[in-house]
Design a protein. Structure first.
Ligand SMILES: Cc1cc2nc3c(=O)[nH]c(=O)nc-3n(C[C@H](O)[C@H](O)[C@H](O)COP(=O)(O)OP(=O)(O)OC[C@H]3O[C@@H](n4cnc5c(N)ncnc54)[C@H](O)[C@@H]3O)c2cc1C
Length: 365
């Protein structure tokens, strides 16, 4: 085929979570690198044409938000992004004012009953990100088609293109489809049928973001650790109290939930915290907002201060909280239909958030 007329390889990424947007940026980078290295390869010389299809109506249309920690994958994250975006990564940190050390960072784990420090887990190159801010930053320059919920796809038995069908009746054509549509991946369901369904774990998680009316709570939580602390409770339950200085909470609309800047990093009244609690229970239905907070507070909490108040003092109308049973999927090799369908991120390895490192794995994907 004539180089000039060779068409680009069309990549459709399903899902604009952290995995989807990093794949988008990474594939664009591959194009630039490969262009120099593989002059004779038509497909690579012409690069990847990446389109991301996301079911949400916009980036603000997201009920659940959280923060996450990455450590060992930081160099990968930096290298997969164009320099102009990688340079701005600190703007997506939860605590922009915290002077991260390259080495020597430790994540504290406490006995939640006594407050005794149990151990400091080594976390080289630790960074805690606001998921919302990281997504927004990494979307720069990408073609994201909003409101496109993947339903199914069809393809022939050769290497021909894939036709993707969306719930709204639209279709799209691609040479490669990457399912980055999270732990309940519909692309996975397409590949595996019922075997692609996530399995309930018997663990329930309630998580959300909160700004406490009482700044003493904020101050004491912040003093435990300025980025993140984890309390292990006697009954085997785990609570993570992770703080960040950016973010609006207890918002009543998605718009309000968008991140706001802190004016005074010295003022605990402006601190926002990401609180997550896990406990053993097979809750059948997901709860949100007031109902989720009610259920969270109704749980026995065998914890000392400040972890006790971190839960007790969540305003009852805090709408950002979501409670649901966690699910997982045991990764199984799939038939990629002549390398035309891939899975990545939580869609490919869906584990519980307590097994930290999922985002790190997404970065590696
Ligand atoms: C409370 C909490 C704390 C966590 N802490 C950490 C941590 O400290 N460290 C860490 O490494 N990991 C952590 N994780 C896990 C980590 O956040 C996830 O592994 C990671 O965000 C997964 O990203 P993803 O893009 O693969 O999936 P998702 O973030 O779920 O994104 C999937 C996207 O696909 C879209 N989508 C879904 N279905 C469709 C469809 N049919 N069509 C189109 N679009 C669709 C969704 O709307 C969504 O935007 C935590 C998770 C939680 C919940």
């Amino acid at each position: 085929m004539d180089m000039a007329t060779a068409s680009k390889l069309r990549v459709a990424v399903i899902g604009a979570g952290v995995t989807g947007v990093l794949l988008g940026q990474g594939l664009k980078e591959v194009r630039q690198t490969m262009r120099r290295l593989w002059i004779k390869a038509n497909v690579l010389q012409n690069g990847f044409e990446v389109t991301i299809y996301e079911q949400a109506a916009s980036i603000a249309d997201r009920f659940r938000e959280w923060t996450f920690l990455i450590h060992w994958s930081l160099p990968r994250l930096q290298s997969v992004l164009p320099k102009r975006i990688a340079d701005k990564l600190p703007s997506a940190y939860t605590n922009r004012f915290y002077a991260y050390q390259q080495e020597g960072e430790r994540l504290p784990f406490y006995d939640g009953m006594t407050g005794r420090l149990l151990y400091l887990a080594p976390c080289t190159q630790m960074r805690r990100f606001s998921r919302a801010k990281l997504r927004q930053l990494c979307m720069e320059g990408l073609d994201v088609q909003w409101g496109k919920r993947f339903r199914e796809m069809e393809m022939d038995d050769t290497n021909g293109p894939v036709t993707i069908h969306f719930e709204d009746g639209d279709t799209a054509v691609a040479d490669l489809v990457i399912g980055a549509d999270g732990s309940n991946s519909q692309v996975r369901r397409y590949l595996f049928g019922e075997g692609g369904r996530a399995t309930p774990s018997g663990w329930t998680m309630c998580s959300g973001t909160v700004r406490y009316a009482d700044s003493n709570i904020a101050q004491s939580l912040h003093e435990v650790h300025p980025v993140c602390s984890i309390a292990i409770l006697e009954d085997g339950y785990l609570m993570a109290a992770c703080k960040y200085l950016l973010g609006n909470t207890c918002a009543h609309t998605n718009r309000e939930r968008e991140v706001q800047e802190v004016i005074d990093p010295e003022d605990p009244k402006t601190f926002t915290f990401h609180i997550a609690r896990w406990w053993r229970a097979s809750s059948s239905e997901a709860l949100a907002g007031e109902l989720a907070v009610q259920q969270l507070k109704a749980q026995v909490l065998p914890a000392c201060e400040p972890f006790r108040s971190a839960i007790d003092k969540i305003p009852s109308d805090c709408s950002s909280f979501v409670l649901s049973q966690l699910q997982y999927w045991r990764t199984t090799p799939w038939n990629s239909r002549n390398s035309r369908v891939l899975l990545a991120g939580d869609a490919a390895h869906s584990m519980l958030p307590s097994k930290t490192g999922l985002d790190s794995r997404s970065v590696r994907n």
